[in-house]
Design a protein around this ligand. Structure first.
Ligand SMILES: Cc1ncc(COP(=O)(O)O)c(C=O)c1O
Length: 391
């Protein structure tokens, strides 16, 4: 089916729509950064794992990163290459399978390394070991996303590292960004080098984690490339890896929903849609942030219990029974009608991985608009998906 990418007027049920053209634009940029800076850039599954689109990714990148057994298996089986794996804590009952599906295994602590390094190598003699380090510096202000906040459970700080690393640790893994710019990376890198450069001669690679939002419009790509080139010049023996997630799925498509009712209480009008913030856009409530709604103005309010003055101003409410499953306010240019589309922008990265079946609410379908303009449905959901999660 051909669809109008502005209105999606042919669509009458909820669906996440990935636009292949936008995805390829991101992938091209990421590939060119990797080539120009001579680094490897791999996809973090935590942000994007729509595996039916992996053949497109494989035209641009070769590897992915996993944080769990299921992600490592997806890398191995569906992406077709073993994963660069980091988990805060591996377990006795999963480590063997994780090792089988991984090319790189980064440990979060020296105790995890001690516990599993011999065992994982028995399963996979080629596996490369890394250690996550904590630079104790991150400019991420939202506590939920700051891996270096005091008391963090992530990584070993410099004061706890032995002068001589275990002989089979050949890499450092360091993740401290979130939707960050190249300037943030530059400042963070100075801290990383100050704290950890004395161990670099013992290493072969360093992974600077995710959060490098190089596909955002205002991201200074050239600056990133120059920072990485500078690092190479200082440490030519180190292979550099970046593992962004969001940057791949950034602005690659919306969640298209429909209005099913409009209700009013105490002067507050809520358009109830056939999807849910808590189930299908969970980051909006978690972070929280107001998603952009197409052709509507997002209104900033001090008191969420008081609707701003004006016409066609709505909260949007989800169709779950969670009282807080709403956000608002948005100003539309007309009165909302039952059945019309409400289009939430940029709902591919993280969202499609984090959704759930709470309340049994039907999960939106997932589709891709191919380069020829046709919408292909990748997946539809129903009662069985809800039922079988609890088998
Ligand atoms: C270890 C690690 N690597 C990569 C990422 C991907 O980050 P982003 O999607 O912000 O690029 C994350 C995100 O939390 C992470 O924890």
């Amino acid at each position: 089916m051909r669809v109008n990418l502005s209105t999606f007027c042919e669509i009458h049920t909820p669906i996440y729509v990935l636009e292949e053209e936008r995805l390829r634009r991101n992938l091209s940029l990421i590939k060119s950064v990797a080539e120009r800076a001579d680094v490897e850039i791999i996809l973090a599954f935590k942000a994007y794992a729509l595996w039916k689109t992996f053949p497109i990714f494989r035209e641009y990148i070769h590897s992915t990163t996993a944080s769990s057994l299921s992600e490592a298996k997806l890398a191995f089986e569906k992406f077709g290459s073993p994963a660069h794996t980091f988990s805060p804590a591996y377990t006795d009952y999963e480590i063997d399978e994780i090792a089988r599906c991984s090319s790189h295994l980064s440990f979060n602590s020296l105790s995890q390394y001690e516990r599993y390094h011999e065992r994982a190598r028995l399963v996979n003699p080629e596996i490369k070991y890394g250690l996550r380090v904590n630079p104790e510096y991150s400019e991420v202000e939202t506590l939920l996303y700051n891996p270096c906040a005091p008391g963090t459970r992530f990584g070993v700080s410099a004061d706890k590292l032995p002068e001589t690393l275990p002989s089979d640790i050949e890499g450092f893994h360091c993740h401290c960004h979130c939707e960050s710019g190249a300037d943030v990376f530059e400042r963070t890198l100075a801290h990383i080098e100050e704290k950890f450069a004395k161990w670099f001669p013992q290493l072969k690679w360093i992974n600077f984690g995710g959060g490098h939002l190089m596909t955002r419009k205002d991201y200074d790509v050239l600056h990133l490339i120059n920072i990485l080139k500078g690092f190479h010049a200082r440490y030519p023996h180190l292979k550099v890896i970046l593992e962004p997630g969001s940057a791949f799925g950034w602005q690659t498509g919306p969640l298209v929903t429909q209005v099913v009712d409009v209700v009013e209480d105490k002067g507050i009008k809520t358009a109830i849609i056939n999807a849910s913030f808590t189930c299908h856009m969970p980051d909006c409530l978690e972070m929280p942030y107001m998603p952009a709604v197409r052709n509507a103005e997002t209104l900033e309010v001090e008191d969420p219990m008081k609707a701003p003055e004006g016409e066609h101003i709505y909260r949007i409410g989800g169709n779950s029974c969670l009282s807080g499953d709403f956000m608002g306010y948005w100003k539309f240019d007309h009165e909302l009608e039952i059945g019309e589309n409400v289009i939430f922008e940029d709902m591919l990265h993280y969202t499609t991985v984090k959704t759930n079946t709470f309340n049994g609410i039907t999960h939106p379908a997932i589709g891709i608009v191919n380069l020829d303009g046709n919408l292909e449905i990748l997946r539809e959901f129903g009662y069985e998906d809800y039922r079988d999660r609890m088998d």
